[in-house]
Design a protein around this ligand. Structure first.
Ligand code: F6R
Length: 611
């Protein structure tokens, strides 16, 4: 949600800022803007409602019209105030000498606004960012020093923010601070870059600083300096990013989503390779010791959206293989329901971005309750990774499309490896079972590739069903867990109404929605349960619904079940990794056929940093 970029160097800033903002488009936004210190030392601001193309039109000829080597840019996803040009960032003080862009939410902004009004400030927008800018201006006027102004700002403000500020009195410097919103800084050949995420910097550098909460950044003369709130200088470690620009580009695919669907064999393989050493699971990087595994009383998994869905699969797998109680909860609910814990739980926070506000809040609640915490995250150095006791990094690489695919697949692998680790350490798995299951896991990437080769069958099915307005997914156990993910994918990018139901639950009310135009897709990969789900498909068929099936090779399905996509067989615990692939492809092709913006579906943002 929202993207920030900053540039200070030898090039004209505007084209660099626009390029960076383009790389952050995936985060979701509805207006954009930039500010540059121009040739005569004044800060010029340009903003536009709508897509970046609108901003580009305004700056004309790729930004060459505003000359200046130092600037900040922003894509805004509206929270306070409607998406329009007036509310778009950057925001400025009255004489335009203090200018800022901001991600996140200032929770006490009305209170601060009132105080500023009493001190003579007036406001032109509905945003909390204008309040933040004028608060910095207030302290700058009071103390005459940017670092002090920013630390005073941080002492007064409640909420989350990544804030980048230009001061007209310091035309060759950029100041920034963050709390609970991501920020990375990169340096290359005397140039300084600032961004909300690594893809915006990759063209220039792969060595970055991950700025921590409440650390102030000053970019100046090709250098990045970092300070704490007492304005003491800090030394931050430099991190090398091991993926290149190509990883964050479309690479010949029509959409990022399709590219990322096709990257799943690699995402799964890389994640496995990272944690398998000499034919065994090695969690030394995760830092989860066998002692902790043995002393865990139960497991609580939290996440949002697809990450929560990965948790649902993990629950089935872990309980079955490890005989340990596992509960999976929506992060947005966990925090507010005063959960009862024994103290010996392992809390698992699953998140691609590592910045999802609800998951962060749930993690903090778990920590407050004194439980050990494990992060399953894809983004290095993200808040959830930094705040957890143990970290399992999924190795999916950068995920740009708003609808997650490869990160979800990598999260499933994290769940399987955790289950196998618990199983072998706690003795619920024999060595033989453990080895057999590891072999099955290692075969998953090739099986996913096999399914991807058959994508045209799914494309064909999508074209036959493109006008359906109601699609149900049913299944039992892990098939139900895959169905809820398939249904979310469909809703979010095709805008078709869809529900996923545990197959046995349908007849307890929801079956009354089934009518002749309804499509019901059954997921049948579990031998023991397939017959039962097939029976439920018959029930909806006799109420005139059309039915289709995703079935694992070897699972018996009645002929009356209609169109079937057959996926390779694997161990029953791992089938979600395969059944989800045609479900992702189905959602993708329906979205394309309906002419939607596949990678940036309406109303959605990649990283949901507000509650
Ligand atoms: C769906 C999707 C979302 C995310 C959810 C959590 O395709 O991408 O449901 O899974 O917003 O995001 P992370 O994993 O970044 O915490």
């Amino acid at each position: 949600m929202c993207g920030i970029v900053g540039y200070l160097g030898k090039k004209q800033a505007v084209p660099v800022l626009l390029d960076g903002l383009t790389k952050l488009e995936y985060r979701g936004y509805d207006s954009a803007g930039l500010a540059v210190v121009n040739a005569i030392g004044k800060i010029e601001i340009i903003k536009a409602h709508g897509k970046l193309t609108e901003l580009k039109k305004k700056v004309k000829s790729c930004g060459k019209t505003i000359k200046g080597l130092c600037g900040i840019g922003h894509t805004r996803w509206a929270t306070h105030g409607v998406p329009n040009e007036n509310n778009a960032h950057p925001h400025a003080n009255d004489d335009g000498s203090v200018v800022a862009v901001h991600n996140g939410i200032i929770e006490n902004y009305s209170e601060l606004k009132e105080k500023l009004i009493k001190r003579g400030y007036t406001f032109y927008s509905e945003t909390d960012t204008e309040v933040a800018t004028k608060l910095v201006d207030y302290y700058y006027r009071k103390y005459g020093e940017p670092l002090r102004a920013i630390s005073e700002f941080a002492f007064r403000v409640r909420g989350s923010y990544a804030l980048a500020v230009l001061f007209g009195d310091y035309p060759n410097e950029i100041y920034a601070i963050r709390k609970d919103c991501p920020m990375v800084v990169g340096l290359a050949g005397g140039e300084c870059f600032l961004a909300s995420d690594v893809p915006a910097l990759l063209k220039y550098t792969r060595d970055v600083y991950y700025v921590d909460n409440l650390q102030i950044t000053r970019l100046k003369q090709g250098k990045a300096e970092f300070f704490n709130l007492d304005r003491e200088m800090l030394s931050l470690p430099l991190t090398h990013i091991d993926w290149d620009l190509k990883a964050a580009e479309k690479d010949g695919f029509e959409h990022y989503m399709l590219k990322e669907i096709h990257e799943q064999p690699a995402a799964v393989k890389n994640t496995l390779n990272c944690y398998l050493k000499n034919g065994k699971i090695d969690f030394s990087e995760v830092k989860l010791s066998d002692e902790t595994v043995k002393s865990t009383g139960s497991v609580i998994i939290c996440g949002c959206g697809s990450a929560y869905h990965a948790g649902v699969v993990m629950q089935y797998v872990m309980e079955d293989l490890c005989r340990i109680p596992v509960r999976v909860e929506l992060a947005s609910e966990f925090r507010y329901r005063n959960p009862v814990v024994a103290g010996n739980e392992l809390f698992v926070a699953i998140s691609q971005s590592g910045e999802t506000a609800d998951t962060i809040a749930a993690l903090r609640e778990a920590k407050r309750l004194g439980i050990k915490t494990l992060a399953v995250v894809n983004v290095y150095g993200s808040t959830i990774a930094r705040e957890s006791d143990f970290v399992f990094y999924t190795k999916a690489g950068p995920e740009i499309s708003v609808a997650t695919t490869k990160a979800y697949s990598a999260q499933l692998i994290a769940g399987y490896l955790l289950a196998l680790k618990y199983g072998v350490v706690r003795g619920t798995l024999t060595d033989e079972n453990y080895r057999a299951l590891l072999n099955e896991l290692c075969a998953l990437p090739d099986k996913i590739s096999e399914i991807l080769k058959e994508q045209s069958a799914v494309q064909q099915f999508a074209s036959e069903t493109v006008n359906r307005e109601n699609v149900f997914f049913i299944g039992r156990g892990i098939d139900y867990a895959a169905g809820i993910e398939g249904s979310l994918k469909l809703k979010e990018i095709s805008y078709i109404h869809s529900e996923a139901y545990a197959a046995g639950e349908l007849k307890h009310g929801t079956i009354s929605l089934i009518e002749s135009e309804t499509l019901v897709i059954g997921v049948l990969t579990q031998d023991k349960l397939a017959e039962k789900t097939a029976g439920n498909l018959e029930e909806v068929k006799s109420r005139d619904a059309s039915i289709a099936v995703i079935a694992a090779e070897g699972v018996k399905i009645p002929e009356s079940c209609g169109k079937a996509v057959v996926i390779p067989c694997t161990d029953g615990h791992f089938t979600a990794s395969l059944s989800v692939i045609p479900l992702q492809l189905y959602a993708y092709y329906l979205s394309v056929l309906r002419g939607n913006d596949v990678d940036k579906p309406r109303n959605l943002a990649k990283s949901v940093t507000v509650e």
